[in-house]
Design a binder for this molecule. Structure first.
Ligand code: C5P
Length: 212
């Protein structure tokens, strides 16, 4: 593979509920049939099969230690070397990895999305473009309450307790400070069509340069 054919890695981060998944999905959906893929940091939450369900509830899921970052880096490097990976699948209702994996073929554009992807310098070094989606805390908590109850099997009181005791302090300590590493800061995530247009235009240029 020529150096200029090395896949491009676009990191998209931001706090929980910031809209980073919507931004990433909007960019991905803009290129149907093109050589582009999403890699979610959430898929790389550590396996917790050895812990009881009660013990898993005590894990701090907003701390860098919650992730198997070594595996994520190995997989990202494999994709950059044009090798396919078996992507883990995470089950939020069980707080551990599911037994299945998903075969992911390498692609020319990789959108790496997650709350702490800019926290580890080894990951930052593998990215070509770093994006931070910056959304007000009140909007993020409202989105999180709705999503965690509807999609992740939580109760309102679970979500509020977890937010105040863990999610908010970890956001301040680990996520917000990574904004300084971003090349681009997007206010209001998936609602920001101008930012999404700029990103898709940039990626289109990459595809054109590579005649893809
Ligand atoms: O999609 P989002 O970026 O919000 O996912 C990250 C969030 O998922 C973290 O803030 C973490 O608190 C939450 N999480 C959870 N339970 C798990 C794993 C992650 O509440 N088992």
């Amino acid at each position: 593979m020529k150096k200029e054919d090395k896949p491009i890695v676009i990191g998209v981060t931001g706090g929980s509920g910031s809209g980073k998944t919507s931004v990433s999905q909007a960019i991905f959906n803009y290129f149907p049939g093109k050589s582009i893929m999403m890699l979610e940091q959430d898929s790389y939450y550590k396996n917790q099969d050895h812990l009881s369900f009660e013990e898993r509830l005590k894990t701090n899921y907003d701390h860098p230690f919650a992730f198997d970052t070594d595996l994520l880096i190995t997989h990202l490097k494999d994709l950059l070397n044009n090798k396919s990976i078996q992507k883990p699948v995470y089950d939020y209702t069980k707080h551990t990895r599911s037994s299945e994996t998903i075969l992911q073929e390498p692609k020319q554009v990789i959108i790496l999305e997650g709350i702490l992807i800019l926290e580890d310098s080894r990951l930052r070094d593998l990215m070509d473009i770093k994006v931070y989606v910056d959304t007000d805390d009140d909007i993020r908590i409202i989105r999180r309450i709705k999503r965690d109850i509807e999609e992740r099997g939580r109760t309102l009181s679970n979500v509020i307790d977890q937010y105040l005791s863990v999610v908010k302090p970890m956001h301040t300590q680990f996520i917000e400070p990574t904004k300084k590493y971003a090349d681009i800061i997007i206010p209001e995530g998936g609602q920001n069509q101008v930012a999404i247009d700029l990103m898709t235009t940039k990626i289109n240029t990459i595809f054109e340069q590579r005649s893809l």
